[in-house]
Design a protein around this ligand. Structure first.
Ligand code: GLV
Ligand code: MN
Ligand code: MN
Length: 393
């Protein structure tokens, strides 16, 4: 419990490191990310790990195993945040993994395989609107457009070709299921697929007092119609969620008709075909709206990731470790995206969710109970030992 309390305290300590006064915001390549890497890197070093920052600005702490042939297990999560974030989305998984390494060393347990704890540099996509930059670099799946954004040198972070045993990520649930089920932790079955696009309507700016309504080409009105169309499409499709989280109207003055209006669009569903159909439908609707209003529509798809299933063997080991700790066997899908999506193109992946209060996340009120974190640490520790016993297969 003491160790879990310290994990929670460290998450809160890290949450003070921000780009913005009075709220937690850390984006890829920012000064706050560099300072976060420094602090977490110090904790890694204190836990006995060799620490480096890779070519994609991911923080990496390495603990060698006793058998150099046994390969490496990857643990961790991300250290970047959304704007005005809570303290636990991402950092909990990194700091909990460090605690597991500390525990192994304190108990003089030597695993045959090496353990690398990763603090990914960009899971949220706050800076460029495209998520998983750090983990895609590690997976060796950066595309040309992304390399242009973050520099071709980032590709050197790739771990392709190494003997990797898998990637296990501990993360807050960010939803209400575990709380409803009365369970401290749950084993993730799959992560929903997601499409992100930036949608821009362009019309004509003009004087708010003089241009008659029938002569206007108001981009904000077109965008408003599309935002409502996205909401209606999501409500009509079971299991689908659609969000326009960033809206911008330019030039942005009360007495000027909006000449250009931009929205981010984020659409998710567990079934990739359903998501693709809804996104195509929204795009067609956007063209209709633009046509009817004399606007131009630019549709820039920034990201499309398929739904990803977790590795069944790793899931069973996590469930076995949870049972040994007396936790109920709860399995649940994730509507949120995680670095495990990107890593699934490199190695097998699994995730353990920790209950969070009220299911609140992407909000400064995000919180976890240290007692639940204590269970999660035991489960992750149990998983490592079970994997070692199996000969890490
Ligand atoms: C990450 O938090 C996401 O699901 O967008
Ligand atoms: Mn997040
Ligand atoms: Mn996250």
């Amino acid at each position: 419990m003491l160790q879990a309390e310290r994990v929670v305290r460290r998450c809160r300590e890290l949450a003070v490191i921000s780009e913005e006064e009075g709220r937690l915001t850390r984006w890829f390549g920012g000064d706050a990310m560099a300072r976060a890497n420094e602090l977490v890197g110090r904790w890694m070093a204190e836990a006995g790990m060799a620490v480096r920052v890779d070519a994609a600005l991911n923080l990496v702490g390495s603990l060698p195993g006793s058998d150099p042939e046994a390969g490496t297990l990857l643990l961790g999560s991300h250290l970047d945040t959304v704007r005005d974030a809570g303290a636990f989305d991402g950092p909990l998984g990194v700091i909990a993994a460090i605690a597991c390494v500390e525990r192994l060393r304190a108990q003089e347990v030597s695993l045959p395989f090496s353990v690398d704890v990763l603090g990914f540099s960009d899971e949220e996509g706050l800076r460029f609107g495209t998520a998983y930059l750090g983990s895609r670099a590690v997976a060796g799946t950066l595309d040309d457009a992304t390399r242009a954004l973050i520099g071709a040198g980032a590709a050197a972070a790739s771990r392709r070709g190494e003997r990797l045993l898998g990637y296990v990520e501990l993360h807050i649930e960010q939803g209400p299921v575990l709380e409803q089920r009365g369970a401290p932790v749950g084993v993730v079955t799959a992560i929903a697929g997601a499409t992100r696009a930036e949608v821009t309507f362009t019309g004509r700016a003009g004087h708010a007092g003089t241009v008659p309504m029938e002569l206007r080409r108001d981009a904000a009105c077109g965008l408003a119609e599309l935002v409502l169309a996205a909401e209606a499409a999501a409500r009509a499709e079971p299991g689908l969620v659609a969000t326009c989280g960033r809206l911008e109207a330019l030039p942005g003055a009360p007495n000027v008709i909006v000449g250009s209006a931009v929205a981010s669009l984020d659409v998710r569903h567990a079934d990739d075909a359903v998501r693709a159909r809804v996104v195509a439908g929204l795009r067609a609707r956007g063209d209709e709206i633009a046509g009817a209003r004399g606007l131009e529509l630019a549709w820039d798809e920034r990201m499309a990731t398929p739904a990803v299933a977790m590795d069944p063997v790793f899931c069973d080991l996590l469930a076995q470790a949870a049972a040994a700790r007396g936790a109920p066997d709860v399995r649940l899908p994730s509507g949120a995206g995680h670095d495990a999506v990107a890593l699934s193109e490199l190695t097998r992946v699994a995730m353990l969710f920790v209950r969070c209060a009220g299911g609140v996340s992407h909000h400064p009120d995000e919180s976890v109970d240290a007692a639940d974190v204590a269970v999660a640490l035991d489960v992750l520790d149990g998983f490592l030992r079970l994997l070692a016993e199996r000969g890490a297969r």
